[in-house]
Design a protein around this ligand. Structure first.
Ligand SMILES: *[C@@H]1O[C@H](CO)[C@@H](O)[C@H](O)[C@H]1NC(C)=O
Ligand SMILES: *[C@@H]1O[C@H](CO)[C@@H](O)[C@H](O)[C@H]1NC(C)=O
Ligand SMILES: *[C@@H]1O[C@H](CO)[C@@H](O)[C@H](O)[C@H]1NC(C)=O
Ligand SMILES: *[C@@H]1O[C@H](CO)[C@@H](O)[C@H](O)[C@H]1NC(C)=O
Ligand SMILES: *[C@@H]1O[C@H](CO)[C@@H](O)[C@H](O)[C@H]1NC(C)=O
Ligand SMILES: *[C@@H]1O[C@H](CO)[C@@H](O)[C@H](O)[C@H]1NC(C)=O
Ligand SMILES: *[C@@H]1O[C@H](CO)[C@@H](O)[C@H](O)[C@H]1NC(C)=O
Ligand SMILES: *[C@@H]1O[C@H](CO)[C@@H](O)[C@H](O)[C@H]1NC(C)=O
Ligand SMILES: *[C@@H]1O[C@H](CO)[C@@H](O)[C@H](O)[C@H]1NC(C)=O
Ligand SMILES: [Cu+2]
Length: 564
């Protein structure tokens, strides 16, 4: 009897100890530095991490801890954001500049420390300072805990595919020029897959990624939209894709021939080599929902190459892409995303919020120089949520100001609903187009349940906005077109198996409804992931208070936290 007891408690001890023993610590060093990179026939001194474009893709298991020392040897301020990582109690490691930290100045360093908790699939990391993320980004692959399996047959091979955007200019010059002029920034010159534009561009035959596959086998493609300003369609010629995860949450598998990803979003798909052995284009090009706005209409390609394919000289089989404005295809895709099974969606809502998201125009003050007023009809472009165009502080980060109780850096009066009600998606009176500036946060108590209706506006132009929330995953319980109507639309909410994401594509001229529980203390930015729109102010932040006890309290700031 005694022997049995002790072996039982030994087993219990072992079980307690095992998960700790299996979680790993990954330490990395990221040196941010200028590196010559040649694309589209020209060499640029490009800002990279460790001389790589794109930067390194990190591979971890759920439960692991990352310690990444970022050394800034570039001539710009920089920060790194771990896109989609929940950062439970570790908001200091989230990364958006002037939100959770001041920038790492040239010559300085900062070490990001955080643990992956309960997330599996594909995320990514990117610079969160000016437009540096154009070239400073990489993948973050999170596999199940060691010993756990995928909820789908183990693929033979896994390939991360990071879709990017390339300017034949310094991207920082592009955004600086736009900030000065008030006009829309120049569009990019190419899209890329893992940094390669592909064989449809000049001088790029060598810059084409080959993705090998063996006949009959099934591979996992981890697709990330790392582009700056463009939502993208993604296809593989003649092949069906089975979607198994999005934004590092599994989904109910479904088959499709086309994906749409907004910047920030990820989609994991299985692909089976069931076609004649050949070379097939993997292609991405714009989903451009804003009417009349200029966009980069080029197509990036990689090549899915079967082992032993028959005719090496023949051109790859082309992918037939949807039309640039094919919104019905986007709607069909986003509405196919479901959680794998019934999930616990918050139903007792403490904060029922309604946020308009969209563009605007600032009239130029009298006496302003014409060169600073090159937006439509002598204005400057703006963007806002609930008519507040978000302004970052410059003397303290929001999180630091919150933690130290400093006044004068921000206010907590972000409006719960638009200050004026109007026909959001109709012909909006010109008198409503100019937003006000502000650093206004919305305060939540620990554990409160939040619903946000994200309502697109047609001010200047309607557009599909990829809205990203830091520090949280949320359920997308509904989306639709036109103005959200609570009486008509609330009964249609999916409270059974809605998808969980960190970035919601708010339909062009429409709305999306998200729900989450404020269980992570800190200051969390919510913004459009089209960088041109965040540059114009399409952002706000939630301030989430501490709860009770250490496990509901923000950790103390790390000693090397950069100050302003
Ligand atoms: C933007 O495009 C215009 C017109 O092609 C060009 O003159 C200008 O130099 C570009 N700006 C940057 C920063 O590349
Ligand atoms: C590619 O090169 C050709 C010939 O030099 C030129 O006419 C064309 O404009 C170039 N295309 C792009 C996209 O640069
Ligand atoms: C490729 O062809 C060779 C020779 O015909 C054969 O031995 C091999 O199994 C083939 N490989 C695949 C993956 O089909
Ligand atoms: C892209 O735009 C250019 C100029 O605006 C146009 O000449 C070209 O036909 C367009 N290409 C596609 C594929 O639509
Ligand atoms: C600019 O002015 C023209 C002429 O007055 C007008 O037709 C157009 O709608 C205006 N555009 C904007 C964006 O205000
Ligand atoms: C920070 O800057 C803002 C805006 O310039 C100013 O109002 C505020 O007083 C400053 N806060 C502190 C604590 O210095
Ligand atoms: C929008 O309203 C303005 C004035 O309120 C009117 O001049 C304009 O013609 C309308 N545009 C459309 C497309 O209905
Ligand atoms: C936004 O605020 C400005 C300044 O108060 C006002 O002129 C404008 O009409 C407002 N627009 C909306 C959509 O509320
Ligand atoms: C870099 O960040 C500091 C605050 O930490 C700021 O004062 C400075 O203006 C920034 N430099 C540039 C070039 O943005
Ligand atoms: Cu946007």
């Amino acid at each position: 009897m005694e022997k049995k007891m002790s072996s039982l408690s030994a087993l219990a001890l072992l079980l307690l100890w095992m998960p700790l023993a299996m979680a790993k610590l990954h330490t990395h060093q990221f040196v941010v530095e200028a590196t010559p990179v040649k694309r589209l026939c020209k060499t640029h001194n490009t800002i990279t991490v460790n001389g790589m474009y794109p930067g390194p893709t990190l591979e971890v298991n759920n439960g692991d801890t990352l310690v990444v020392k970022v050394i800034n040897r570039a001539r710009y301020n920089v920060t790194i954001h771990w896109h989609g990582v929940r950062q439970m109690r570790s908001a200091w490691a989230d990364g958006p500049e002037f939100v959770t930290q001041c920038p790492i100045r040239a010559g300085k360093s900062y070490t990001y420390r955080f643990t992956i908790q309960g997330q599996e699939g594909t995320l990514w990391w990117h610079a969160h300072s000016s437009w540096l993320r154009a070239t400073v980004y990489g993948g973050l692959i999170i596999r199940p805990k060691q010993g756990d399996a995928y909820p789908f047959p183990k693929p033979h091979r896994e390939t991360p595919l990071l879709l990017g955007e390339w300017w034949d200019a310094n991207p920082i010059d592009v955004v600086r020029e736009a900030s000065r002029s008030g006009a829309a920034p120049n569009v990019s010159d190419a899209y890329t897959i893992n940094g390669q534009p592909g064989d449809l561009y000049n001088c790029s035959a060598k810059h084409t990624l080959i993705v090998p596959i063996n006949p009959g086998q099934t591979n996992l493609l981890r697709v990330v939209n790392s582009a700056l300003n463009q939502e993208l369609f993604f296809k593989v010629a003649n092949h069906k894709l089975t979607v198994v995860a999005a934004d590092a949450s599994y989904v109910k598998p479904f088959s499709t021939s086309v994906l749409m990803l907004g910047p920030g979003q990820t989609t994991d798909v299985l692909i089976t080599a069931n076609q004649p052995p050949n070379r097939y284009h993997i292609a991405a090009r714009a989903y451009a929902s804003a009417q009349g706005a200029p966009f980069d209409n080029t197509t990036t390609t990689a090549i899915l190459q079967y082992h032993n394919f028959s005719s090496p000289s023949a051109k790859p089989v082309a992918a037939l892409m949807p039309a640039f404005n094919d919104t019905p295809t986007v709607t069909a895709f986003t509405r196919s995303l479901r959680s794998p099974r019934r999930v616990e969606v918050p139903t007792k809502i403490d904060h029922n919020l309604f946020f308009t998201v969209g563009l605007g125009l600032n009239n130029c003050p009298r006496g302003a120089r014409a060169r600073n007023c090159q937006g439509p009809n002598g204005t400057r472009f703006a963007a806002s949520m609930n008519n507040v165009s978000f302004v970052l502080p410059s003397n303290f980060s929001l999180l630091q100001a919150h933690q130290q109780g400093l006044r004068g850096v921000f206010t907590t009066d972000f409006p719960a609903r638009p200050p004026t009600q109007f026909d959001y998606t109709g012909n909006v009176s010109r008198s409503l187009w100019q937003p006000m500036r502000g650093t206004r946060l919305y305060k939540l108590k620990y554990g409160e349940a939040v619903q946000v209706v994200l309502q697109g506006t047609s001010i200047f132009t309607a557009e599909n906005h990829p809205i990203h929330l830091h520090g949280y995953d949320f359920y997308i319980v509904a989306e639709g077109f036109g103005n959200f109507n609570p009486t008509r639309d609330t009964p249609k909410f999916n409270l059974v198996d809605p998808p969980m994401r960190n970035t919601a594509s708010v339909p062009v001229g429409g709305w999306a409804v998200i729900r989450f529980v404020a269980d992570n203390p800190g200051v969390w930015l919510m913004h459009c992931h089209l960088d041109v729109h965040i540059t114009w102010g399409l952002a706000m932040a939630f301030l989430v208070d501490n709860g009770v006890g250490e496990l509901q309290t923000l950790q103390p700031p790390p000693p090397d936290l950069p100050l302003c």
